[in-house]
Write a protein that binds this ligand. Structure first.
Ligand code: C2E
Ligand code: CA
Ligand code: CA
Length: 662
C-alpha cells in the first residue's frame, strides 16, 4: 500500500546498494526514467560493469559520510539510460538495510529546463579535485563538494579546526572582509594526515539564507611545498653536516643579535678551526675527514644551546654564536668547555686520535657592534689562537688589530722593497768542531727598511709567502748566492754556501728554470750550493715536491733538510728523498747538556743514510765539545759567529786563508 503511494509520486525514488552496485528498490517514476521494463529487470542490472573508478570512489565517499552522520546531499546528475542523457536534481541520504549495511536513498526530479552551462558546472563541481567548501561567519561548514568531503577530517569540523596550527587562523575571516580574497599555503589536517594546501578564501552569500558566508577553494600542494622547502634547506645548509651554511648565517645572526638586544643579554661569536685537519684528510683519506667533520658538527650541536647559531663556514672552520645566559661565570666559559670536550681523543678509522681546536671569539656588543665587525674581530683572535701553542681560546683585543694593520702596511712595503733594492743578505759561518775553521756559510735574508731599520726574516717571510712575492725575493737570493759562490771560487776560498728555499718556491716552476740557468749565467758550481728546505716539504703539503727536488739534485745542487726534528718526519721517510744533509734544529742543543740521546740517535741514523750533518744554534763551548766527541763535525751558532754582512764574511775567510798560508 505504502509502496503504491510512492508510485504515484512525480519524483523518482530508489534505494541503491553501494556494495553490490545494484538497485534494491525503485518506484514507478524511476522505472520510467531508467527505461526499465520492470522492477525485476532494473534489479537485475549490474551497474559495476561499466562504472568508472571516479564514480565508484564517489559512491564509497557517500557511504562513509552517511555512516559518520545523518547528512543529506543535493547534486545534479546526468544519467544515461539506454544512452540518452537525463538530467536529475538528486537529493541523497543514507538508509540502513536489514543486514546493517549502509545503502543510498535517492530522490530525483527531472530537470528538463536546466541550462547546459549550469549542468556542466554542476558536473565539474562533482568531479573536480579542487576542494570547495563554504562556511558561515562563525566557521560552521555549510557545504563541501566531493573532493572536500573526501579530504576533510570531519564534515562538521569548523574552519579553523582544520588547520594543524588553528591558533594562527583565528581572525582569518576578518582579514578576508578587509581584503576580499585571501590566498595562502597552510598545513591542514586531512584524513590522509597533515598535508600542505593552498587555500583561497572569498566572502560570499549563502544561496539559501542570503547570509554572509565564506567560500574556500583548496588544492593540495604538498609535493611542491616540500620540494620548495627542501630546496630552501639545501640552499641554506651544509649538506655534509646539516649545519647552517654561510648563506643562511647572515639571517640567523641578525636574529640572535636582535634577541640579545631585546632581552638585554650578551652574545658571543666564536670561530673554530680544527688543528691539523689537513693531516687527517691527507693521511686517512677524505672519507675519514668527512666523518670527522660530521662528528665535530654533532658534538657542537650537543654543546650549544637551543637558541645558538651553529654554522660550517667551509673546510674545517665552524662558527657558533652563543647567547649568554645571565650570570654565566667567566666570559669564555663556553669556549673553554668546547676545548675541554675536544681534549679527549676520538676514534677515527679505528684509531685513537686527538683533534686540536683553536678558538677566536668576540663579544657582542663590547667587541663589535655588528655582524661584520664581530666576524672580523673573531677572525683576528682565531689567527692569534692558531699561532699560539698554549692559549687556544683567544678573545679579540685592540692589539690584534694593530698587529694586523702593521702586517698590511708591511705587505704594501714589500713590493717596494724589492724594486728599491732594500734587501740584503747576511752570512752566518758554519765551522768545524775540531779545527774551528769556517767550512761553509748560510745566506740569511735581512730587510733594510727605510724607517724601521733592519728587519729579520721571521717578521716578513710569511707575509711574502702569503702574497706570493717570495718567488721574486727567492730568485733574487739565489742569484746573489750564486754570484758570491763564483767569487769565492775565483778567490780560491773553498767554502760552499747554503740558501733557504721556501716551500712555496718549490711549487713555482720558474724556480727550477732559474736554478738550472744560474750556472750558465753566473758561472757558479751547483755542487757547492746547498738548498735548505724544511720538513713540511717532505710531509706532503707541496705537490710534486719530490720530482722538483730530484730535478734540482740532477742539476747538481745539494739538498739539505733544515730545522730537522721539529716536524713529524722520520729518517726512514727521508730515505725516499734525494737528501745530502740535515741540519739538527737548535732546540736539540738543550738536550745535549742532559746526555743528548736524541742527537746521538739522529747522528747515527744520518750516517746510516750517508747524509752530512750540521748542528744549529750552538751557543756554548760545552755543546761544541760534545758534538766533536760524538762525531758531529760541523756546527753553526752564536758561539762562532752571528750572521754578518757579506763583506764581513769575506774578510773572515780572508783572515782564515792568511793564517793557513803562514
Ligand atoms: P734558519 O734557516 O733556521 O736560520 C737560522 C736562524 O737561527 C737564523 O735566524 C740565525 O740568525 C739564527 N741563529 C743562528 N745561530 C743561533 C744561535 O746560536 N742561537 C740562536 N738563538 N739563534 C741562532 P734568522 O736569520 O732570523 O732567520 C730566521 C729564519 O728565516 C731562518 O731560519 C729561515 O728559515 C728563514 N730565512 C732566512 N733567510 C731566508 C731566505 O733567504 N729565504 C727564505 N725562504 N727563508 C729565509
Ligand atoms: Ca736555514
Ligand atoms: Ca734551521
Amino acid at each position: 500500500m505504502l509502496l503504491d503511494l510512492y508510485d504515484r509520486l512525480d519524483a523518482a525514488v530508489w534505494i541503491f546498494d553501494f556494495d553490490y552496485k545494484r538497485y534494491i528498490w525503485a518506484n514507478r517514476k524511476t522505472l520510467e526514467i531508467t527505461d526499465a521494463d520492470s522492477l525485476e529487470e532494473l534489479q537485475s542490472r549490474d551497474l559495476s560493469a561499466d562504472m568508472s573508478p571516479a564514480v565508484e570512489q564517489r559512491l564509497r565517499q557517500y557511504q562513509q559520510d552517511f555512516c559518520n552522520g545523518d547528512v543529506t546531499f543535493s547534486e545534479i546528475w546526468t544519467l544515461y539510460p539506454k544512452g540518452k542523457p537525463k538530467v536529475l536534481q538528486i537529493s541523497m541520504s543514507g538508509v540502513r538495510l536489514a543486514d546493517g549495511r549502509m545503502a543510498l536513498l535517492c530522490e530525483g526530479r527531472e530537470q528538463e529546463e536546466q541550462e547546459p552551462e549550469a549542468l556542466r558546472s554542476a558536473e565539474a563541481l562533482l568531479h573536480t579535485t579542487v576542494m570547495i567548501s563554504q562556511f558561515t561567519r562563525d566557521g560552521k561548514p555549510l557545504y563541501r563538494n566531493t573532493a572536500s568531503r573526501a579530504a576533510c577530517i570531519g564534515l562538521d569540523t569548523p574552519f579553523v579546526e582544520q588547520f594543524v596550527h588553528p591558533e594562527d587562523y583565528q581572525g582569518i575571516f576578518d582579514r578576508v572582509d578587509d581584503e576580499r580574497t585571501l590566498k595562502f599555503v597552510a598545513q591542514v589536517k586531512t584524513n590522509a594526515g597533515p598535508r600542505w594546501h593552498e587555500l583561497t578564501v572569498r566572502a560570499c552569500h549563502d544561496a539559501t539564507s542570503g547570509e554572509l558566508a565564506y567560500l574556500v577553494n583548496e588544492t593540495d600542494v604538498t609535493e611542491l611545498h616540500e620540494t620548495k622547502e627542501r630546496a630552501k634547506y639545501l640552499a641554506s645548509h651544509d649538506t655534509l653536516t646539516g649545519l647552517s651554511n654561510r648563506t643562511y648565517l647572515q639571517e640567523r645572526l641578525t636574529q640572535i643579535l636582535e634577541t640579545a638586544n631585546e632581552i638585554n643579554r650578551k652574545a658571543t661569536l666564536y670561530l673554530l678551526d680544527l688543528d691539523d685537519f689537513k693531516l687527517v684528510n691527507d693521511s686517512l683519506g677524505h672519507a675519514a675527514g668527512d666523518a670527522l667533520l660530521q662528528q665535530v658538527a654533532e658534538e657542537l650541536k650537543a654543546l650549544a644551546g637551543r637558541q645558538d647559531v651553529i654554522a660550517r663556514l667551509g673546510g674545517d672552520e665552524f662558527l657558533i654564536c652563543h647567547l649568554e645566559k645571565s650570570g654565566e661565570e667567566s666570559c669564555d666559559w663556553f669556549g673553554q668547555s668546547l676545548l675541554k670536550a675536544f681534549a679527549t681523543p676520538r676514534v677515527i678509522e679505528g684509531k685513537q686520535r686527538s683533534v686540536g681546536l683553536s678558538i677566536g671569539y668576540a663579544h657582542y656588543p663590547d667587541d663589535g657592534q655588528d655582524i661584520d665587525q664581530l666576524m672580523r674581530h673573531a677572525d683576528l683572535a682565531l689567527y692569534q689562537a692558531k699561532s699560539d701553542a698554549k692559549n687556544k681560546c683567544v678573545r679579540f683585543s685592540e692589539r690584534m688589530r694593530r698587529l694586523r694593520d702593521e702586517h698590511r702596511a708591511l705587505k704594501k712595503d714589500l713590493d717596494r722593497a724589492l724594486r728599491e733594492n732594500e734587501f740584503v743578505l747576511f752570512y752566518q759561518p758554519i765551522a768545524c768542531t775540531r779545527t774551528d775553521r769556517v767550512v761553509a756559510g748560510e745566506a740569511l735574508l735581512r730587510w733594510q727598511h727605510p724607517e724601521r731599520g733592519l728587519i729579520g726574516p721571521d717578521d716578513f717571510i710569511h707575509i711574502a709567502e702569503d702574497t706570493g712575492l717570495i718567488n721574486n725575493i727567492g730568485a733574487w737570493v739565489a742569484e746573489q748566492v750564486a754570484r758570491l759562490q763564483m767569487r769565492l771560487h775565483n778567490l780560491k776560498y773553498a767554502v760552499p754556501l747554503a740558501l733557504n728555499v721556501s716551500p712555496k718556491q718549490l711549487s713555482d716552476s720558474s724556480f727550477v728554470t732559474l736554478m738550472q740557468s744560474l750556472p750558465f749565467e753566473t758561472g757558479c758550481t751547483p755542487g757547492r750550493i746547498s738548498l735548505e728546505i724544511t720538513e713540511s716539504v717532505i710531509l706532503g703539503d707541496i705537490p710534486n715536491a719530490r720530482e722538483t727536488l730530484a730535478t734540482l739534485k740532477k742539476s747538481g745542487y745539494r739538498i739539505v733538510i733544515d730545522d730537522f726534528g721539529t716536524g713529524y718526519s722520520n729518517l726512514a721517510y727521508l730515505h725516499n728523498y734525494p737528501i745530502d744533509g740535515i741540519k739538527i734544529d737548535r732546540m736539540f742543543m738543550e738536550d745535549v747538556a742532559s746526555g743528548g740521546e736524541i742527537v746521538k740517535l739522529i747522528l747515527s741514523l744520518a750516517s746510516a743514510l750517508g747524509a752530512g750533518v750540521v748542528a744549529e744554534g750552538v751557543e756554548t763551548i760545552e755543546q761544541r765539545s760534545w758534538l766533536s766527541q760524538n762525531g758531529c763535525h760541523r756546527y753553526q751558532g752564536y758561539l762562532y759567529s752571528k750572521p754578518v754582512p757579506e763583506d764581513r764574511f769575506l774578510s773572515m775567510l780572508e783572515t782564515q786563508n792568511q793564517i793557513a798560508s803562514m
